[in-house]
Ligand binder design. Structure first.
Ligand code: F3S
Ligand code: F3S
Length: 109
């Protein structure tokens, strides 16, 4: 299952964490929701592969520990999503389609 590109319509924005928007539902540590808006990472799909973090030319992502999550114990937070240049490398390399980037989608914070 890939990240839902229409999450702004289908999910509720619960607030922010680590400087990015959080789109629920969340029920930590098993359910963590989607993080970020312009650069959105579905933490419940991410398996901690890391290719996105390695390939992003402007270092949008940083690791965060997520102990107790069923898919992986670390995820990539799009902390610097305001720096994104829409190259789409992260979207292309993620093996589980956990990332969606939309140049027309504005950050809420
Ligand atoms: Fe980086 Fe992905 Fe944007 S690789 S520049 S966060 S489209
Ligand atoms: Fe996760 Fe995909 Fe990146 S699995 S660490 S979002 S390449």
């Amino acid at each position: 299952m890939a990240i839902d590109p229409h999450f702004e319509e289908t999910r509720e924005r619960e607030g922010t964490e680590r400087e990015v928007d959080v789109w629920g539902p969340t029920d930590p540590p098993e359910t963590l929701g989607i993080r970020g808006t312009h650069v959105a990472v579905d933490f419940d799909i991410c398996i901690g592969d890391g290719a996105c973090l390695e390939d992003c030319p402007v270092d949008v992502f940083e690791w965060v520990d997520t102990p107790g999550h069923p898919e992986s114990d670390r995820k990539v937070n799009p902390t610097n999503e305001s720096q994104c240049i829409d190259c789409m490398l992260c979207v292309d390399v993620c093996p589980v389609d956990a990332i969606d980037v939309d140049p027309g989608r504005e950050n809420r914070i």
